[in-house]
Design a protein around this ligand. Sequence first.
Ligand code: CP3
Length: 372
Amino acid sequence: MRASPIRRRPRTRAKIRCVSANRPTGQQQTGTYDSAFLKACRREPVPHTPVWFMRQAGRSLPEYRKVREGIAMLDSCMMPELITEITLQPVRRHGVDAAIYFSDIVVPLKAIGIDLDIKPGVGPVVEKPIRTRADLEQLRPLEPGDVPYVAEAVRMLVGELGATPLIGFAGAPFTLASYLIEGGPSRNHEHTKAMMYGDPQLWADLLDRLAVITSAFLKVQIEAGASAVQLFDSWAGALAPADYRRSVLPASAKVFESVAGYGVPRIHFGVGTGELLGLMGEAGADVVGVDWRVPLDEAARRVGPGKALQGNLDPAVLFAPREAVEAKAGEVLDAAAGLEGHVFNLGHGVPPNTDPAALTRLVEYVHERSAR
Ligand code: CP3
């Protein structure tokens, strides 16, 4: 299958420009440097508040369900043309200000030989959970040659996207560790915390190995042309601040530090992290993602100066009538009015049964309401 070019472009898209050679990798030829999304990440003035949605590519789109028919999730993550098509779909349809690379947080683990699968409606399931020091040997470093389809798809995407930035991503060490230790999705992360409290050295070694893998996965995406990266620590909200600081922050900080030299914005996101926002900023990100539980003005106080924020409309609001969606989105924009930089997003991913028209309207609303 061939990926078709983008038909619908964001109206306020920056013109392709000749930019200087000292711009970060991934922002040199394409003109993304001047996009509203990257400007907001850098806390510079923007023509309108940029907007994209976590899980914007996926089951909410009929065109996604069509191209994925009969192809398993993990197989689709290894097919560059399909990845390109799926990543472009929400950009075409909604006119969002950034694309997010279509993949999954467990792809690098699969690529180094971990026996796992993504079960529909469940999530990642690991055949042999990691519980002992001997199990750690399953986790070797990731080489770029383990994921050739990633660099290939990113290069294809950058060519198709023009001035629209591509966000690369990876799972944070804690969230990946939870899947590996529990063997699948978990509500209370019991085995994970049992290792964290019961064998701190094994825990630290596991998170360090995951930090090395995650860093390598992000580097592949940045070197192939991604203009920003997001670290998903989806389950970090399960942790008390003291435990996060001692047992998790060092590994996430190592990931951010490893890609600092590229000069691309680094976004740090988790769910239920109201009490952790300051620490998540301290881990080294340029942009901190906020879920819907903390208003953005309060989140900015917790994060402190020098960071942009991303968020934070409750995804469930998308099921309310249009007027209610716009009222709640307006509240998000009002709370963000005094921020140094704001990227509009949901507080978590697009629910699979969302009406895609609600997302398209929301993009238009955010652009119009924030245009100056
Ligand atoms: O559009 C995008 O945001 C990019 C694609 C993306 C996927 N997974 C595709 C996907 C991203 C950024 C992820 C990250 C991811 N994967 C996270 C962090 C983000 C978050 O939601 O907190 C986590 C925790 C995972 C693990 C995972 N993979 C889960 C919980 C699931 C859902 C299982 C289900 O079926 O409901 C997956 C599968 C998955 N990853 C799907 C998609 C589009 C659904 C599978 C399908 O479409 O068949």
